[in-house]
Each structure stands twice: as C-alpha cells, then as structure tokens.
Design a protein around this ligand. Structure first.
Ligand code: FNR
Length: 212
C-alpha cells in the first residue's frame, strides 16, 4: 500500500525546543507505512481575514504543504496552559479562506512534552477543541503527555529511557492504524479527487447528451 503522507507541526519555534527532539524521536519510530514531513509555519504573518482574497506567498506555501498531507501530527509545548500563539496562528491560516479548511476530514493526533509533570495535558485539551471545530477526526487513545527530564531525548531523537521509547513507538503504530481506519470509511484525498473528476466528466457527458 502507498504510505500515508503525514504532515507534522511542531508547536515551538525555539531552536532548542524539547518538542522538536520529541518530533525527531517520533519520526524515527514511525512505521514504514507513514511518510513523515515537517510542515513549518514560523514565517507566516499574523492571520487576518483581510488576506482571504489574496494569501501571501508564505501562506500559499503553507496551504500547499497541508493539502499534500493525508494526516497531521501535532507535537506541541504548553504555553500558559494553552498552545503557543504561533501554532494557533498557523491553524487559523490553515482553516481559511472559508470553505477551504485544510484539516477537514483528515485524521490527526496530538502529543507534547514539557518539563512539568502534566506534560502539556492542558494545551492538548485546548488543541483538541480547536481541531474538533476544524473537523479533523482525532485519535483519542493513546493519550501522550511526556514529561521531559534532562537527557531523555537527544537532538537526533534517541530516547534514553526504554519504557518511553516503547511508548512512543506504540503511539506511532497506533496512529498508523487509526489513519488506516479513517481511510476505510473516507476516500483518501487522491482517490477523492479522482472520484470527483470522474463525476465531473460524467456530468459533462450528461450535459452534452442533453443539449445534443
Ligand atoms: C512555558 N512553560 C510551561 N510549561 C507548562 O507545563 N505549562 C505551561 O503553561 C507553561 N507555560 C509557559 C509559557 C511560556 C511563554 C514559556 C516560554 C514556557 C515551560 C515550557 O514547558 C518549557 O519552556 C518547554 O521547554 C517548552 O517546550 P519547547 O518550546 O522547548 O518545545
């Protein structure tokens, strides 16, 4: 089977981000059926609907990357008990213009790490609420609140603790299974596109027959 294209968004813009280290580990643990690509958003301007009729270049590039993905993985820190503003700004861009919401019907999963014991739980709840509104079917379980201790994950994504490594590997396996389940009931975007264009051709033919 063609691997699922997964776009992953890292909520932190910080160079030394611990969530970037976690992302690296998750990419390493991803099963072969997942084709992982980062979708960055740090150069997006602040969203306003004034842009809706003419998106700037950075936003077009961002929307194209989202469009190419079949599923999304959010790896986010918790800032002030919610998600960082940069990530929320990116989601607002992704959801617009009206009728062109890039998340609609595409499956997603949420994970994050912080030094504190709650491991981004409150930020993830906040993000889940946003993704629900954006009509993205979300993996409910396993939940993943990772407490980051010094040295837990290297810059290359190597995990020093075996139980954490097993947990993260299982998380990615479950995500792949979840994406597969979603696409057993929904057409994959490429198939959806083919089905729609076949339908358009049929409609064109019907119209030609009507007028001839
Ligand atoms: C934080 N931090 C934090 N941690 C947490 O568990 N709950 C919180 O609400 C917050 N709030 C918060 C706000 C702001 C503005 C900053 C900069 C930090 C600490 C945070 O978990 C820590 O800085 C992590 O290193 C952030 O993850 P990244 O950016 O390194 O991936």
């Amino acid at each position: 089977m063609t691997p699922f294209k997964v776009g992953y968004l890292i909520g932190s813009l910080a160079k030394a981000s611990i969530n970037r280290k976690l992302a690296r580990a998750l990419v390493n643990f991803a099963p072969d059926e997942l084709d992982m690509t980062e979708i960055s958003f740090g150069d997006l301007p602040l969203y306003s609907y004034d842009y809706d009729h003419d998106f700037p270049r950075a936003a077009r590039t961002f929307k194209e990357a989202l469009s190419a993905a079949e599923a999304f993985l959010f790896i986010t820190p918790e800032y002030n008990r919610s998600i960082p503003g940069g990530l929320k700004n990116a989601i607002d861009w992704a959801s617009r213009p009206y009728g062109k919401n890039s998340f609609a019907r595409k499956p997603s999963a949420v994970i994050g790490t912080s030094p504190g014991k709650i491991g981004t739980a409150i930020a993830q709840q906040s993000l889940r609420s946003v993704l629900s509104f954006c009509n993205s079917p979300q993996m409910n379980s396993p939940e993943a609140y990772i407490q980051f201790t010094p040295g837990l994950i290297t810059d290359e994504g190597e995990v020093s603790d075996d139980s954490t490594a097993d947990f993260l590997r299982n998380f990615m396996t479950e995500f792949q299974a979840y994406i597969s389940r979603v696409y057993t009931v929904l057409p994959r975007p490429a198939e959806d596109h083919r089905a729609r264009s076949a339908m358009t051709q049929q409609e064109d033919q019907s119209i030609k027959e009507l007028v001839s």
